[in-house]
Design a protein around this ligand. Structure first.
Ligand SMILES: [Zn+2]
Length: 197
């Protein structure tokens, strides 16, 4: 698995995050099983396309030369609004949103999407040597499956350049049924898929 670095967490919190990474790794392995519930979360999307993305995630998760840094943002502010994290609209200085009470669990910053959809040619080069995942205290109130799914969610933003079209299982299943291409671009569809594996 990738190396894990921690900034600002207690030993106990580090153990929780490490356990969530282990859980994610096991689920990511199962996500490639032929019997995995692809249709529920990605609708009629081409299975080869889905598996291509799942394998890209699996490759990063398994890569011991990569580092993922987890950053404790509890009590801090975010300089972009929740939905704007992926549209790169920075708020003016002084208009940061406090994370406390925001309901935000975790976030990551957008990858460069100039090269379009990830695929055999763009692969994961835009991730660079490491990535940072920012966690709010809400993360530690989630059950272990959702903690694993949350980390996977954030990693899809980095590895697959996913967006946030909608959240929560009901909305994600509806999106899969209605627009499988968009489901395949939605971080939470991947998160709920992995929670289901
Ligand atoms: Zn997201």
């Amino acid at each position: 698995m990738f190396q894990r670095r921690f900034e600002g967490f207690s030993q106990q919190q580090q153990s929780v995050i490490a356990a969530a990474c282990d859980g994610m790794q096991q689920r990511a392995a199962r996500s490639l099983d032929q019997g995995a519930p692809i249709a529920a979360w990605f609708g009629a999307a081409d299975r080869n396309q889905v598996f291509l993305k799942l394998r890209m995630m699996q490759n990063v998760i398994q890569d011991g030369s990569r580092t993922v840094t987890f950053v404790n943002r509890t009590g801090k502010k975010i300089g972009v609004t929740h939905t704007d994290v992926y549209t790169k609209h920075l708020n003016p200085v002084g208009q940061e949103t406090p994370l406390q009470g925001s309901g935000i669990v975790a976030y990551a910053f957008p990858v460069d999407r100039r090269y379009g959809d990830p695929g055999p040619h763009s692969t994961v080069s835009h991730v660079g040597s490491g990535m940072r995942i920012y966690l709010n205290d809400v993360f530690f109130t989630l059950d272990p499956v959702l903690q694993a799914a949350t980390i996977y969610h954030e990693m899809t933003h980095k590895v697959l350049a996913t967006n946030d079209h909608c959240y929560d299982p009901v909305a994600c299943r509806m999106l899969a049924a209605r627009n499988s291409a968009q489901a395949l671009d939605n971080a939470d569809n991947f998160a709920h898929y992995i929670a289901n594996c």
